[in-house]
Each structure stands twice: as C-alpha cells, then as structure tokens.
Design a protein around this ligand. Structure first.
Ligand code: AMP
Length: 426
C-alpha cells in the first residue's frame, strides 16, 4: 500500500477507540484512588517557559540537554512542551498561592508529555503519564504513602509481582561529599566507561550511575554508594520510609546506585517494576521520589515535596502482554431499523426520546435497506431490534423483536420506551 501523504510525527501516534478504553480504565482507577487519598486534580498547560525545566529538572540532565521540544514564539518567549509533570505542578503551587492553603497540598494529573527520544517499544515522543504529588510535608510517611498509592493503582489493574527499587540520594548537606568521592572513583576508571559517560564525568559524575550501557555496569556496580554517606537526617528519613514500607508489606529492593534522571530529587528515589519470570523486569512503570528543594529552586521558598509518575503506555503494553482485557463501555442493546420516509422521520424523533431517557440505542438512519440495518444489528449483538416499516409508521406503531427468542411484539410508539425499560429490567 502506498504510504499516505501525511503521517503522525515520529514517536507520536493516533490513539483509537479500543486503545482509549485502556486509557479510560487507568484514568478511572486513578480518579478513585485520588478521591480516596484526598488528591485534587490539576491540569497544567502543555507549554511552559523553558527555564522552568532547565532550572527545575536540571541543566545537565538528559531531558534538558537532549530531549525537550523547545522553541521561540513569535513574541520571543522561550517555551517547551512539558517533558514531565513535577516542575509544572511545583510552578502552579507557587503561582496559585497554594502555600497559604492547609498543608500538605495533594495534587494529581493525567495527560500527555513530550520528549525527543529515540522512538522504540515503550518509549515515545508523545506519551501519557499520571502523577501524584504531595507538597508541603517532609515526613517520611508521605514517601511510603505515595508508593502505596501507585501500588494500589497497579494492583487494581491486575499487576502482580510488583517490586519497588528504592534508594536515598541524600540532600545538599551530604551529597556534595559523596559526589567528590564518586567522581574520583569514576575518573580513575574512565577508560572502562562508554564515551557518553566519559563526557558525563566532566559535567555531572552522578549521571554515570544512570547509564544503561553494558560497558559501564561493572564500574557502576562497584561504585561507592550514597547510602554509606547519608547525613543523620537523611539516614533517619530513609530508615523510616523502609519501616513504613515493611508495615505496609510492600516488597522493596535496595538499589544503592539508583539516582533517576532528574536533578530535583533529594532523599528517597524509587521505581516500581513488575518482575517477570526469572526475575526479569518489564521496565519501569513508575518513577518518583522526594524533591525537597524543587520549590525553592523555582523561587517559592522552602517547601518539601514528594511524588511520582507512571507511564500509561508502558502500563497498557504490560497489561496486553499478560492478556489483561479491558471491557469497552457497554454497547447499546437496542437497534432501531426503519423503512420509508415517514418511518425515518418518526425514528429521528424516537431516538431523541431514548436519548432523554438515557437508554443507548444504535441506528443506521442514513441507510434505506432493511437488510443492511439488520446485518449491523446482528453484528453488534443487539438484544432487541425495533422495526418501523411504512405500515407501522402510518399507525404510530413499532415492532419489538427479541433477538434471542425471535419473538415479535407490536406496540404503540409512545409506549415503546416503557416496554423496553421493562424488558431490560428482566
Ligand atoms: P520519568 O518522568 O522519566 O521518571 O518517567 C516516569 C515513567 O514514565 C517511566 O517509568 C515510564 O513508565 C514513563 N516514560 C518515561 N519516558 C517515556 C517515554 N519516552 N515513552 C513512554 N513512557 C515513558
């Protein structure tokens, strides 16, 4: 087949109805969970000032360096299509004066994000995330609750064998010393690192720990661990988070080299993965952590925060891989067939009465052939077919056909809604 003249940009896709039922299902579960845990929904703009991300996410991060869709507007503003949700939420917290509300402020979102990455399975340039953020509370119990919340959402989506990879990356008190020790360790082994990591060494040795290249793994695995250098406050915080996770019976794996690719994290960082057979992971479904400095970096004062975000496409792919089906919204059980001009006119009005009564009804008003209409009714598995021919239309009557038994009943048009209600109740 000839390729169409216009196609979606690389890494971006149309999401059709069947696929959207998965998005809807995930959204509905998020909404229920948000209501239970007292999170309010927020939707921030797709575009933000570029500096929000270069400052918030970090100048040296892969996201800011390589992956942002940024441009200058005709008015000269430097804007970026949001690559992640936490910095915009923190921006909104400051801009909307949420600091004057009772703390903590709990917010959640569900929407598209944009990163100029190499498109591959589970990695797109436009992808959807849902995220939950708690601002204005430093207690470790929040870190555990956030993880529990994502666990519950994935559990409701029938994920099993979930595990949390968790680490603490300290704070501005303890991290600088660790960074120096890590840098010197890595510099001494620069020749065993990939070219990208040798470059990273010059800017942010920290980023090397995030490298997925095979070549770097031996060096990373033997690298010093932040956990051994945590200050007392960070150490206590991390210990409490783990104790809360124990209390909640959430299985976790200590990942001493987990740093995550965003600069704003402090203390706890985590990822949730589903462990396949033989301990094989299907990729990271959720990522998050604590960001006690983010609001301050954005000029909003000292406001601790903690949250996470989940990749909707990854979740859907994992659901499909395991054969988890999502039922589409129930299709109408009734189909209306009409024959002749008068019947078409009366059917047009009758459909509105069904609409007012909130009874879904399908039809093919644009078609004249009864055969074509009945075929469609059969195809969609209608339970009842209403047939209005020329004779019935003249007499203000309509036939109700029960498709399971083949039995037919002639009723007055004005009584058909009540009759159908009665039938549907059975
Ligand atoms: P991050 O914002 O990088 O912490 O990512 C959070 C989650 O979003 C990841 O665990 C993935 O599930 C998902 N994700 C991140 N980047 C992409 C992408 N390019 N395409 C699809 N999903 C993504």
């Amino acid at each position: 087949m000839k390729k169409p003249r216009f196609q979606t940009p690389s890494g971006m896709r149309d999401i059709l109805s069947e696929e959207l039922t998965y998005y809807q299902k995930i959204f509905d579960i998020c909404q229920k969970m948000a209501d239970f845990y007292g999170f309010e929904r927020i939707e921030t703009p797709i575009l933000e000032q570029t500096e929000l991300f270069s400052r918030g996410v970090g100048q040296a991060t892969d996201i800011v360096k390589k992956e942002m869709f940024s441009f200058k507007t005709k008015g000269g503003d430097e804007l970026t299509m949001r690559p992640e949700g936490t910095a915009p939420v923190a921006r909104a917290y400051i801009e909307e004066g949420m600091r004057s509300r009772p703390q903590p402020v709990k917010l959640w979102y569900f929407g598209p994000f944009f990163r100029h990455e190499k498109p591959q399975r589970g990695r797109y340039r436009q992808f959807w995330q849902f995220g939950f953020e708690v601002l204005g509370e430093a207690s470790p119990v929040i870190d555990a609750q956030i993880i529990q919340l994502f666990f519950n959402i994935l559990g409701a989506l029938k994920f099993k064998d979930l595990a949390v990879k968790i680490n603490s990356i300290g704070c501005s008190t303890c991290r600088p010393r660790f960074k120096r020790i890590l840098s010197s360790y890595l510099r001494n082994r620069a020749s065993s690192l990939c070219s990208e990591c040798r470059r990273r060494l010059k800017e942010s040795s920290w980023r090397v720990l995030d490298c997925k290249e095979e070549k770097c793994q031996a060096v990373i695995n033997n690298a010093p661990q932040m956990l051994d250098y945590l200050c007392e406050i960070c150490h206590k915080h991390f210990k409490s988070v783990l104790e809360f996770l124990d209390e909640l019976s959430i299985p976790y794996i200590l990942e001493p080299h987990l740093v995550r690719g965003l600069d704003y994290y402090t203390k706890t960082v985590f990822e949730i993965v589903e462990m396949g057979k033989e301990g094989k992971s299907f990729g990271t479904l959720v990522g998050g952590g604590r960001y006690d400095n983010l609001v301050k970096i954005l000029g909003g004062g000292v406001v601790p925060g903690c949250g996470g975000a989940a990749g909707v496409e990854r979740i859907i792919e994992a659901m499909k891989e395991r054969g988890v089906k999502v039922s589409s919204p129930s299709s109408p059980k009734i189909f209306l067939c009409q024959l002749g001009t008068l019947a078409k006119r009366k059917s047009l009005v009758l459909i509105e009465r069904f609409q007012e009564n909130k009874i879904p009804i399908a039809e093919l008003l644009s078609k004249d052939s009864l055969r074509v209409q009945l075929e469609r009714a059969n195809k969609m598995g209608a339970k009842y077919v209403l047939i209005m021919g020329q004779k019935e239309a003249l007499e203000d009557k309509i036939i109700i056909k029960d498709m399971a038994t083949g039995r037919q009943k002639l009723v007055e048009i004005k009584k058909v809604i009540n009759e159908i209600k009665k039938q549907l109740k059975k």
